[in-house]
Ligand binder design. Sequence first.
Ligand SMILES: C[S@@+](CC[C@H](N)C(=O)[O-])C[C@H]1O[C@@H](n2cnc3c(N)ncnc32)[C@H](O)[C@@H]1O
Length: 281
Amino acid sequence: MNYRHAYHAGNFADLLKHALLLGLLAALRTRGRPLRVVDTHAGAGLYDLTDTPTLKSGEAAAGILRLAEAGDGGDAQLGALLVAVRGLNAGDLRLYPGSPVLTARALGPSDGLIACELRGEEADLLRSALDRQVPRPGPAVRVRTVDGFGYAATLSPDPAVTTLVLIDPPYEAGDDYDRVVETVGRILARDPQTVVAVWAPIKDLETLDFLLRRLEVLPEARGYVAQLRLRPLANPMRMNGCAMIVLGADETAGAARSTAEHLAQLCGEAGAKAVVHPLGG
Ligand SMILES: C[S@@+](CC[C@H](N)C(=O)[O-])C[C@H]1O[C@@H](n2cnc3c(N)ncnc32)[C@H](O)[C@@H]1O
């Protein structure tokens, strides 16, 4: 397991994932029940954009730093993300939040977050980031050093809460795609009301299509796919874009389209585009 999110923190893929995540949390809040969020692959929680890995990759410069300079362009979810990031920084942007810190800061005292992170070192950093960055009283937050796929697949249904599961694996292990499909199937079999958001890279369309075809035949899997393509998919060795697959929260599809379109303009090359469509459509 070599993946270190520090190289990629604040890149275009984080912007799509995190802006849609904030939109989802806001939409689910209107359902009138406390939120329970499970982040299956949580990472370290907080990233210093002046650290060597981040500077070396240059991905944040072409992502969050470009967004901060350009502004949200009228997109509400990107605006909310900018507010959340600025809330962690007194002046210049130095700290960028990972999904668990972003989520915990958006939740209220009656909500809960369970963040799974398999690497002990990252889990320790995450605990410390959550301690420092989540105001008290705040949501009930637990960090578990466990396999997030296994944890999410055995989650007990709880009709008193709205459950959101974010699945954001590194896709470096050969079986990550298989485990995503298996986990989504097991989550929906236990509780079809669970809202699920899956992040996936786009290198070539074949791999993404194969994932979508396997997800769309799962019983109870209904939702949409927001694709952000940074360039025509001519070189399958590069990450040419990414997608968020959102199940059980179709009311957020319009906002996802707007965000993906803004990011295609902001971060894309010639031929960049957003493609948002129903799962199975
Ligand atoms: C893409 S990063 C997560 C980024 C984070 N979701 C965010 O948006 O800020 C993936 C993380 O998953 C962790 N990981 C890998 N396999 C895992 C597993 N089976 N269960 C839990 N965490 C895992 C890696 O150590 C890495 O920190």
